[in-house]
Write a protein that binds this ligand. Structure first.
Ligand SMILES: [Zn+2]
Ligand SMILES: [Zn+2]
Length: 438
């Protein structure tokens, strides 16, 4: 055997030995026994856990490093893009920490991300503020719709929450809106029946229509003081809301804004409000405390219909019109004074106000419309001003308690007042006319 061949055989022996050592090293309990060469470098390293590069995301790839537990040598390898995360029980990736199921879209300028969809199963979500070094600025239309999370914290980088972003999240209980959000678009949280608490800063300048429509558990909401309107249907069906203060600066309350808030007891409407839409407080069965803004000109149709607990309300001296059914079925309403600014009264305006006892008319009213006071059975006396020339059909139909009518004009004038059909209570009452015919 020549020398060279002998050397080769020796190397083969050493390789066999190394392989034996490597096999032994797989047994964690024998790590300390692992031999090193004279210069302290392992013949075979025993690596610890991988550490991923800064900002590593499974979707983007990157690099990972691990270190030998015996000699400290590091090894870094490239990790290719991967189509999925490895979520833990809370829904966050065990490898990169990202929220599993969050699909983000980069804008065309490549400066920011929008949440496009969420399909993960995380329960308590803290939405990240950045991705791949860029801010997440929008929560896209429908993105979280019908998800099953219980809570979400929206970061300050988000500026817009788009339409229906969180609609029908049946388990959602708590939302924290980031301090960078300026716009919450229509129906964003519509039909989240367990949503109880919403925290919102003053960065929000606009909340769209129907944003909390049907949130039947909503009882604790801090709303931005910077908004200028209460949108249509904003709190429609929020049956757990017991009180609400509309921020100063709001100028309009949309139709159905608080409709069917059946637990709402008191609402503060600031003087900045100049318009209140139809049905805005309809079916607020417990509403007993409401002060109207001092410059209000119109009460829209059905605004307070079916407010079964409303015993009294002061109408502002600027009021010109009261819409159809405005106070219909307010069965606790005891007294109403129409200021002299009121010119128009709608049909059925006070119909079925069965507890209404005292009515003071405006001296500008020229007619009493159809069914205006029908079934106001507690009404025992009224004063009809001389300005009235027509009493429409059924205006006082069913006013079974009516005994006395004081007419502000003379007997001659009363004789030309047109009283249409189905006003028997008026005919049966004792009519007293003003002696001087004024
Ligand atoms: Zn080593
Ligand atoms: Zn991941």
């Amino acid at each position: 055997m020549n020398n060279k061949f002998r050397k080769i055989l020796l190397m083969v022996d050493m390789l066999a030995l190394a392989s034996l050592v490597f096999t032994a090293c797989l047994d964690v309990s024998k790590l300390e026994e692992k031999p090193t060469t004279d210069d302290g470098i392992c013949t075979s390293h025993t690596y610890g856990e991988w550490t991923y590069s800064e900002g590593f995301d499974c979707y983007l790839g990157g690099s990972k490093t691990h270190k030998c537990t015996a000699c400290g040598e590091e090894e870094t390898v490239t990790v290719e893009k991967k189509a999925e995360h490895t979520p833990d029980e809370a829904g966050y990736c065990k490898i990169c920490g990202a929220l599993n199921g969050l699909d983000l879209v980069l804008n065309s300028a490549e400066t920011e991300y929008t949440v496009a969809t969420f399909w993960g199963n995380a329960v308590d979500i803290v939405l990240p503020s950045t991705y791949n070094g860029l801010p997440i600025t929008r929560i896209g239309m429908n993105s979280f719709g019908k998800s099953s999370m219980k809570s979400i914290v929206i970061p300050d980088t988000v500026r817009r929450i788009e339409e229906s972003a969180f609609h029908t999240c049946l388990e959602l209980e708590a939302v924290t809106v980031g301090n960078g959000v300026t716009i919450i678009v229509d129906n964003a949280f519509q039909n989240c029946p367990k949503l109880k608490k919403v925290v919102m800063g003053n960065s929000v300048t606009d909340i769209g229509n129907g944003v909390f429509y049907g949130c039947a558990s909503l009882s604790d909401i801090t709303i931005s003081q910077s908004i200028k309107r209460i949108g249509n249907n904003l709190f429609n069906g929020c049956s757990s809301l017991t009180e609400f203060t509309i921020p100063d600066g709001v100028t309009s309350v949309g139709p159905y804004a608080f409709a069917s808030c059946i637990s709402l007891e008191s609402v503060y409407i600031p003087d900045s409000v100049t318009g209140i839409g139809a049905f805005a407080f309809s079916d607020c069965r417990k509403l007993s405390d409401v002060k109207l803004p001092s410059d209000l000109k119109q009460i829209s149709p059905n605004t307070f219909s079916k407010c079964y607990s409303l015993a009294g309300i002061t109408l502002p001296e600027t009021l010109v019109g009261i819409g159809n059914y405005a106070f219909a079925d307010c069965t606790m309403l005891y007294e109403i004074k129409l200021p002299n600014s009121v010119i128009n009264l709608g049909v059925y305006a006070f119909s079925n106000c069965t507890n209404l006892k005292n009515v003071t008319f405006s001296n500008q009213i020229t007619s009493i419309p159809v069914k205006a006071f029908t079934n106001c059975s507690a009404l025992d006396g009224i004063t009809i001003p001389a300005s009235v020339s027509r009493i429409y059909a059924s205006a006082f139909e069913g006013c079974t308690g009516l005994e006395t009518v004081y007419y502000g004009g003379s007997g001659d004038f009363w004789s030309v007042v047109a009283v249409e059909e189905n006003n028997d209570p008026l005919h049966n009452a004792t009519i007293t006319k003003a002696p001087d015919g004024k």
